[in-house]
Ligand binder design. Structure first.
Ligand code: PMP
Length: 425
């Protein structure tokens, strides 16, 4: 292991992120399981990229079959991208009927922001203050933490609004959030820059997936529309049935965005991402920017992405996400009855977790404790992580075929870790 770590540092540079104090060297995956080089088995409760399961046979054979026939850049005519976009857009409400395919979610968000500029003639962007939208020069500046110190930056063009937090900020109908968005819009307009777009993950997943009633985002969407801007929903993490109740999280939020960006789970690990938008926005973008993507939407990528959609439908994985999520919330709530350190339990389909606090009254985040729990779980063969503004929320976001037996193993293991680990030790 030290050898691999030092080779990584030498070959890939310093500060390349790894998980855990004692990183895992994984060599194989199948379904919801991973194996390390010593043959140890881990239950994967974290990875949303292998959406329909690690090495899903349908996706593997679709990739292999297409790679054996043709793979090339995207300037030739090919029905693969058309068949895929037809099927993909059939899951969206009108008028979201056109798409651009890319290789990463970052590219998709970058294009979405350019679409907003093309449509509005303005550049002001509003984003939440605890999220992540990717790594291009433009979108890397949307993050409040780890903002690049070099580069052109967004500077005066960006306004952050406080991310929703159902545990600490009372906002049952989204009006408080909408008021903050309105202030940011007004500020951009007053500054002369003007407002172009609000970009949010509709589950606010990186922020800790707060509990929100259906339609919660509607007031903010109305503020955006009144101001003539675009609503960009970044569904890189929240999409493809993960929230259980809907195929797309923006549908749960009761809004029809102008642009929806996609990524991570789209090709089950094959690098395919993209965005879906309206014909009007697409036409404006295409006439404002010359855009070509060598690899985005190539025949192999589309075969992988199509196999993911087929697998989701055939195995009823959205319904599985709804059922397992509900059960997960019940079992985590049982643990909250046993352990004071659990301040809140939240779930949205196949994304669930518990927020750890040192004191339930003050809600003081138990961030270091959460880190210890995550590392202890890793040593017991359970892979999960942490997120949120205070990094005190367990991030449990398994592949969609995660079943009841896996959930019980996860919760029973968490129970034994919490029993051995007092919060104020
Ligand atoms: N948006 C969100 C919400 C993400 O979580 C990520 C990746 N973590 C991205 C965009 C960027 O995607 P990619 O790494 O494929 O560029």
């Amino acid at each position: 292991m030290p050898d691999l770590l030092s080779r990584r540092r030498a070959l890939l540079g310093p500060n390349v992120s790894t998980f855990y104090d004692d990183p895992i060297h994984v060599v194989r995956g199948e379904g919801v399981w991973l194996w390390d080089e010593e043959g140890n088995k881990y239950l994967d409760c974290y990875n949303n990229v292998p959406h329909v399961g690690h090495c899903n046979p349908r996706v593997v054979s679709a990739i292999c079959a297409q790679a054996g026939v043709l793979n090339t850049h995207t300037r030739y005519l090919h029905e693969g991208i058309l068949d895929y976009v037809e099927r993909l857009t059939s899951t969206f409400a009108d008028p979201l009927g056109t798409a651009i395919l890319t290789c990463t979610g970052s590219e998709a968000n970058d294009i979405a922001l350019r679409m907003a500029e093309a449509m509005t003639g303005k550049r002001g962007i509003v984003a939440t203050d605890a999220t992540y939208h990717g790594n291009t020069t433009l979108v890397s500046h949307l993050s409040k933490s780890n903002v690049p110190e070099v580069g052109f930056g967004l500077g005066k063009y960006l306004r952050h609004v406080e991310a929703p937090d159902s545990y600490r900020i009372a906002d049952p109908d989204g009006r408080h959030f909408a008021a903050r968005v309105q202030e940011a819009i007004d500020d951009l307009e007053a500054s002369g820059i003007g407002f172009a777009a609000l970009i949010v993950c509709p589950l606010f997943l990186n922020e800790g997936f707060p509990a929100q009633a259906e339609g919660w985002l509607r007031p903010a969407a109305e503020a955006v529309r009144r101001a003539g801007g675009l609503l960009i929903c970044d569904e890189v993490q929240s999409g493809f049935g993960r929230c259980g109740s809907h195929f797309w999280a923006h549908q749960k939020q009761g809004v029809v965005p102008d642009v929806v960006t996609l990524g991570k789970p789209m090709g089950n690990g094959h690098p395919v991402a993209g965005l879906v938008t309206t014909p009007e926005i697409m036409a404006r973008f295409r006439s404002s920017f010359r855009y070509f993507n060598t690899f985005g939407g190539n025949p192999v990528s589309c075969a992988a992405a199509m196999a993911v959609l087929e697998e989701l439908e055939e195995k009823n994985l959205q319904a599985n996400a709804a059922r397992i999520g509900k059960l997960a919330a019940e079992r985590l709530t049982e643990l909250a009855g046993k352990y004071e350190v659990i301040g809140d339990v939240r779930q949205s389909g196949m994304v669930f977790g518990a927020e750890f606090v040192l004191d339930r009254d003050t809600k003081e985040p138990a961030s270091a404790y959460t880190d210890r729990v995550v590392n202890a779980m890793r040593h017991r063969g359970i892979i999960l992580s942490k997120l949120g503004r205070h990094k005190n929320m367990l991030k449990i976001r398994p592949p969609m075929p995660f079943a009841e037996e896996h959930l019980h193993l996860l919760i029973d293991t968490l129970d034994s870790v919490l029993a051995e680990m007092p919060a104020r030790a």
